[in-house]
Design a protein around this ligand. Structure first.
Ligand code: FES
Length: 107
């Protein structure tokens, strides 16, 4: 299987069903952008901006956040227990069916 499905709830509570290839070394932030969701990804996926902050709503077992991701989330707004940086989540079969909600922006 090379495409997985991801459900994204945007900041207006609209649901989007995305399909993402597992063989292109993409991360979730890049998929948000490919679908023109309002995610800036300002730092290009370096865990330095938190514009890709989202909440994981499904029960997927995800890899633990790295120290860099934790540090950035420490500085982000509206952080919850299920907060993650989309750019740090790799598109793989393990996250097929993932459900995420975009975090509010600070402004
Ligand atoms: S794109 Fe900047 S932290 Fe994810």
């Amino acid at each position: 299987m090379s495409d997985i499905k991801i459900k994204v709830i945007d900041r207006e509570d609209k649901e989007h069903e995305l399909e993402a290839p597992t063989d292109m070394n993409m991360n979730l932030m890049e998929v948000f952008k490919a679908y023109e969701l309002p995610v800036e990804g300002t730092c290009g996926g370096m865990a330095l901006c938190s514009t890709c902050h989202c909440y994981v709503l499904s029960e997927h077992k995800l890899p633990d956040a790295t120290d860099d991701e934790e540090d950035m989330l420490d500085q982000a707004f509206f952080v919850e227990d299920n907060s993650r940086l989309g750019c740090q989540l790799k598109i793989s079969d393990d996250i097929n069916g993932l459900v995420v909600k975009l975090a509010p922006t600070a402004d």
